[in-house]
Design a binder for this molecule. Structure first.
Ligand code: SF4
Ligand code: SF4
Length: 282
């Protein structure tokens, strides 16, 4: 079973819940797909046993074969190639904006003169290891890289279908989140009972409905705020799986990189109960 843990915005306690759930279950694998800012390792402290570079393919222009016809610029849906041609001399230049390239290969396939080859560009690393007694994988995107989805895809290739896979998703509702939650059996949405929390939750619920992924809500700092999220959950028929009231001990442990289940053992049973409810829901 694959359970992703997402939130419409950062700072809601998504990683706290993902880590707490992983530490409460058996036969788990943990993937941190928040590759722009992975932080689950700060709590799980995995022993990294393998580090491998992650690459994407980008176009490599063979200028001597190119006649500056502009076909590559026309077919690129991501505006990653610009062709400049001097009409008087017939000479020009092909500019590749590799940070925008989605590695679709269209320019390479459709160049009429075979003037585009593919070259590899490293965008980050994938680290694998053992956290306590379960396998741990995360991706780290290089600073300055904007394309996180290829790295997320590569992290997800490590999914072990024989395990209960807990995936910590990036915050938000954009492409990296969609790439992460795609293929999940269930998505836990972590939010807080505030108008901001409700607004971002609404957007995430729309995304998950479009993807056809069942979801449930964990309400963090549930005793601080209003009842907007609870009302929304009732209206939308989305199960409110668990409430986590504000607790100074949990907050203090968090600040020192200590998982909540290590300071509040009762949460082990609450997370197991949450997981049982997920099983029933799907
Ligand atoms: S499609 Fe090929 S030949 Fe035409 S401008 Fe691009 S690289 Fe040059
Ligand atoms: S590989 Fe695709 S996205 Fe990248 S430059 Fe070529 S057409 Fe554009």
């Amino acid at each position: 079973m694959i359970v992703s843990v997402a939130s419409g915005k950062g700072g809601t306690g998504k990683t706290t819940v993902a880590v707490g759930l992983a530490l409460s279950l058996n036969n788990v694998q943990f993937l941190d797909c928040d590759v722009e800012e992975p932080n689950a390792h700060l709590f799980l402290k995995p022993r990294i046993t393998e580090t491998s570079p992650a690459f994407i393919s980008i176009p490599d222009i063979v200028e001597e074969r190119c006649d500056y016809c502009g076909e590559c610029q026309r077919v690129c849906a991501f505006n990653s190639i610009a062709v400049l041609k001097n009409p008087e001399t017939g000479k020009g230049s092909v500019l590749v904006f590799d940070h925008l390239c989605h590695s679709c290969g269209a320019c390479c396939i459709l160049c009429p003169r075979g003037a585009i080859l593919e070259t590899k560009k490293q965008i980050g690393v994938i680290e694998k290891g053992i956290a306590r007694d379960f396998p741990f994988v995360h991706g780290k995107l290089n600073i300055g890289e904007v394309m996180s989805t290829p790295l997320i895809r590569q992290v997800k290739k490590e999914i072990d279908p024989k395990k209960t896979v807990i995936i910590d998703a990036p915050p938000g509702t954009t492409c990296p989140v969609i790439e992460t939650v795609k293929g999940s059996d269930f998505c836990i949405l972590v939010t807080e009972p505030t108008p901001f929390g409700l607004n971002d939750l609404t957007l995430t619920v729309d995304v998950l409905k479009t993807l056809g992924i069942p979801s449930g809500i964990v309400l963090n700092r549930s005793d601080i705020g209003d009842d907007g999220v609870a009302s929304f959950a009732r209206e939308q028929d989305i199960p409110l799986l668990m409430n986590i009231p504000f607790d100074r001990d949990i907050a203090s442990a968090y600040s020192m990189g200590v998982p909540m289940v290590d300071v509040k053992k009762d949460y082990v049973y609450l997370f197991r109960n949450l997981f049982a409810r997920i099983g029933k829901a799907i």
